[in-house]
Design a protein. Structure first.
Lengths: 240, 102
């Protein structure tokens, strides 16, 4: 899974391959972007605030949580809680970006760290799927990431501008695009029976955590528990 | 109203912690051993995270989501095409919700 030395034409090939591969997941990004934009307008965010938040924070779940805390009077805006909420909701990214380590050589830490700004659940998943097939490069991740980034920015602005003039995408089942895409990606990652135990424990832990704790903790809890069980089971069967 | 200093501060703060976490995972992984238990643990993270993303949505959803998930899985197993699986899943949930609401 080490990265091949990337010649210029390989970079653009990989960049566009990443963008193309991410089209199905970007549809789910767009559906959520519209919904968030409409809700942000209802919450009282200005167009400039929507653009700044989508462009700089670029994290859907954190932006949804921010709407719960946002107030229209600046003096009472809970700045500290907004920042802490973003930190907590995004903790799962520690797990996601840790798995992208093989994409960057020893001297590319800074480049990698900066590229992480455009990583989202969706493009992370597509890149991981590509890495599992023995491909997957930093340029592939960047291509998908840039597409998702501009799509998120554009659709949140569209949602804010058109407001209630547009239908909720959930009416057309588009809210299911995320679950459907990740289910298919998960099936594509199946390598054999050794995956069954970590996946089942992850799913169970996530279901229980989602019942007990509000917010997106369930992703972090399920990811940690499932991967830990997977590593222990590898050790027991001596296959590491 | 364009924006306020308070809103700008909140947005910049949110952006800063988000980037710190996203970059932090990558940089921390670079300091972890490349073999043994830590490597095995890292290797299992993607599947575990994806299972965690999907599972709660399926058990808390209605029968429409379960039917659509089955359709998605079937189409993906048959075609290995992500876009087709996603499109069928969305169409299935749309139709199943209509059918169940009627």
């Amino acid at each position: 899974m080490t990265q091949a030395t990337s010649l210029p034409h390989q970079f653009s090939d990989q960049f566009f391959a990443g963008a193309r591969a991410c089209v199905p997941v970007v549809i789910s990004v767009a559906a959520y972007g519209i919904v968030w934009g409409v809700l942000a307008r209802g919450t009282g965010l200005s167009l400039l605030e929507v653009m700044l938040m989508s462009a700089l924070v670029f994290a859907g779940s954190a932006q949804f949580v921010a709407l719960d805390l946002w107030t229209t009077t600046p003096a009472s805006l809970p700045i500290g809680p907004l920042i802490v909420a973003a930190l907590i909701v995004n903790l799962r990214y520690l797990l996601l970006t840790a798995t992208l380590r093989p994409l960057y050589g020893p001297g590319e830490q800074l480049k990698g760290a900066l590229t992480m700004a455009i990583v989202s659940d969706e493009t992370w998943a597509m890149t991981i799927a590509e890495m599992r097939k023995g491909h997957g490069t930093a340029a592939f991740l960047l291509g998908g990431g840039v597409l998702a980034y501009f799509c998120w920015l554009a659709t949140t602005v569209i949602g804010h501008t058109l407001g209630s003039f547009i239908d909720n995408p959930a009416r057309y089942g588009l809210d299911f695009a995320f679950t459907a895409t990740f289910l298919a990606l998960l099936l594509g990652m199946w390598k054999g029976k050794a995956d069954l135990l970590p996946w089942l424990t992850a799913a169970l832990a996530a279901i229980v955590a989602a019942r007990l704790i509000e917010g997106s903790w369930y992703i972090l809890v399920g990811g940690l528990v499932g991967s830990f069980v997977g590593a222990v089971s590898d050790k027991v069967r001596h296959v590491d | 109203m364009l924006t306020s200093p308070e809103a700008l501060l909140a947005i910049f703060g949110m952006a800063l912690v988000t980037l710190a976490i996203k970059a932090g995972g990558l940089l921390l992984a670079g300091r972890m051993p490349q073999a043994g238990f830590a490597a095995a643990w890292l290797k299992h993270i993607p599947g575990a995270v994806m299972a965690s993303l999907v599972a709660p949505a399926l058990v808390t959803g209605s029968a429409a989501e379960v039917i659509a998930a089955a359709a998605t899985a079937l189409i993906y197993a048959l075609t290995r095409n992500l876009f087709a699986a996603m499109a069928i899943g969305v169409a299935a949930v749309y139709l199943a919700r209509l059918a169940l609401a009627a």
